[in-house]
Design a protein around this ligand. Structure first.
Ligand SMILES: [Ca+2]
Length: 240
């Protein structure tokens, strides 16, 4: 448990990460990292043949964090609204950990995701388990992208946000399946978009690429995803 404490990007120079990806790296992820600049995006990344660490059981291995965030309304032009991305043991649909994302929705807008380069030519589907709710108040949206890596990074409009996290018959883990149409090297990006003027936390887990129809999970009326209470969120990336 200690190992996962304080995984992260600590974040002071927030503006530099506004539209960029922050490398979380594979080594020593317990060491807080400073903010990064957009120049890191120009570092060539080698797509792997398969998705790595899709269940977030190996800390951040394979993933980098991306953001498109509006200005903090209290400090326009100075910094973006707050956000966090962390590997959490609070809930998991597979294994023991999942991805936790927080976004301050005070501007009704903002997208935070994790991404990695993958050779997509072997795959027809991307499946992601998201935590869904019974509330009809849609605050967060699932935001998913597969395709070529844009030179200047992903933008909100490029994400598939068609699957709703709200209005389900029961709360818990639900698999959303997306067609993979890009037949070459590209990226997989999974995360959240906020559309309501409040802060919100979302969880996703078990990201997988398949060439056959993926197996899926759906919440039952008796939620089974609650942990015993002895687990806790131990890793966090905070941007301010
Ligand atoms: Ca997991």
């Amino acid at each position: 448990m200690e190992r996962r404490a304080l995984l992260a990007l600590g974040g002071s120079a927030l503006a530099t990460t506004l539209a960029g990806c922050s490398s979380l790296g594979d080594a020593d992820s317990t060491t807080p990292r400073g903010s990064t600049t957009n120049s890191e995006q120009t570092t060539p990344r080698t797509p792997s043949a398969s998705l790595r660490n899709g269940s977030f059981e190996s800390d951040w291995q394979g993933w980098t964090v991306g953001r498109r965030l509006p200005d903090d309304p209290n400090e326009p032009g100075t910094r973006p609204v707050a956000s966090e991305a962390g590997v959490s043991t609070r809930y998991a649909s597979d294994g023991e950990t999942s991805l936790r994302v927080f976004i301050d929705g005070s501007q009704d807008d903002g997208t935070v995701w994790v991404e990695q380069p993958v050779d997509l030519s072997q795959y027809d589907y991307l499946a992601v388990d998201y935590q869904v709710s019974t509330s009809f108040n849609e605050i967060l949206q699932a935001a998913v992208y597969t395709g070529p890596e844009p030179e200047s990074g992903l933008e909100e409009r490029q994400f598939d946000r068609s699957h709703s996290l709200a209005g389900h018959d029961a709360a818990g883990w639900k698999t959303f399946v997306y067609d993979v149409t890009h037949d070459a090297d590209g990226i997989v990006a999974v995360g959240f978009n906020i559309v309501w003027e409040t802060g919100a936390v979302g969880f996703l887990d078990n990201v997988r690429l398949t060439n056959a129809t993926p197996t899926t999970v759906s919440p039952t009326t008796t939620p089974t995803t609650e942990s015993s209470g002895t687990r806790s969120e131990t890793s966090m990336e905070r941007t301010r």
